[in-house]
Design a protein around this ligand. Sequence first.
Ligand SMILES: Cc1cc2nc3c(=O)[nH]c(=O)nc-3n(C[C@H](O)[C@H](O)[C@H](O)COP(=O)(O)O)c2cc1C
Length: 316
Amino acid sequence: MLLDHHFYLAPLQGFTDFAYRRCHHQLFRSVDEFYIPYLAIGPGQKIRNSQLRDCLPENNVGLPVVPQILCSNVDELRRLAQEVAQMGYSKLNLNLGCPYPMATKRGRGTGLLEKSEQLKGVLDTLFSDFDFSVSVKFRSGMTDEQTILKQFELLQKYPFEKLIYHPRTAKQLYKGTANRELFAQLAAQSDKPLVYNGDISSKDDLDEIRQLVPNQKEWMIGRGVLSDPLLIDRLKGKTISEQEALQLKMQFHKQLLEAYRATYQDDGHVLIKMKQFWSYFANSFPNPAKTYKPIKKASKLARFLEIYPAISQKSI
Ligand SMILES: Cc1cc2nc3c(=O)[nH]c(=O)nc-3n(C[C@H](O)[C@H](O)[C@H](O)COP(=O)(O)O)c2cc1C
C-alpha cells in the first residue's frame, strides 16, 4: 500500500471543472489536491466568466483545490494573482507547460518557460508582491527537451513549494511518450519535491517509473483518472472487485450527469459534455471502441440516457 504517496489531479480544461471535482471527491476521496484548470486573460482583456466561476470558493467548498494561472508577463500575472488572492486562496500554481500555439506564441505556458528574462520578471513579482505558497507546472521546452536542463537552474532559485514536471516538449503536445529518464535526471538535481506527471494509466506504469526514481512519492495524473476514476485507489493498492468497480464508476458518471443537467438548461450541451467524458471513460471498459461507438452516435440526450445504463449491464 502506497500510504505515504501523494496523488494530485491534473488540471484538464473542459473536464476537471468543479462539478467533476465535487463528484470525484464525494465518491472516492482519493485525490490529495485538485489543480483547477488555468485562469487567463482572454479576449477583450477579460477573464472568462466560466473560468472565474470554476475557481470561486463557494463552488469548491470542502475540496483541496489549487488555482492555476497562465500568463505571459508581469501585468497579466498581477491581474490574475490578485484575482486569486481576492478569492482567499493561499496556494497558486503557475502554468509553464501549456503547449498550444495560441498560448505559446503569446509567450504563455511553455512559451514563457523559454523566455528567461520575462520569466524572471514574473517569478520575482510573484514571490515579492504576493503571499502565496507557489507551485509550478512545466514541460521540457518548446522543441528541444534539453532546454529544461538550463531553465531548471533558474526555477531552482525560487522558493517553490513544489515543482510539477510533464516530460514532453510543447511540439509533442500529448503524442509520443513522456521521457521518464529525463524526469529521473531532473529529480536527481532537484532540491525540492518534483512531482511526476505524464501517461500514468495503470499500476504497471507507476511501477516502471518507480524503478527509475525509487524515492518518488508525488504524482499528478490527468487522463488516466478521466478514463478510470478509481485509478488512484488502485495505484495506492486498494483491492476493488470488478463488480464493485463497475458499480462505483456508473454511480460516479450518474452523479456527473446529474450535476451537468442541473447546470445546463440545454440538453445538447449536456450531451456534448457526456460524450467528451465517455471518450475517455470508455477506456476503462473491456472494449473501449465498442463501448464508445453507440455513445458517439447518440444525437439526442434521451438516446444517450437509454444507452449508457445498458453498457454497465453488458460489461458485467
Ligand atoms: C484536454 C486537456 C486539457 C488540459 N488543460 C490543462 C490546464 O488547464 N492546465 C495545465 O497545466 N495542463 C493542462 N493539461 C495538461 C494536463 O494537466 C497534464 O499535464 C497532461 O494531460 C499529462 O498528464 P496525463 O498523461 O496524466 O494526462 C490539459 C491536458 C488535456 C488533455
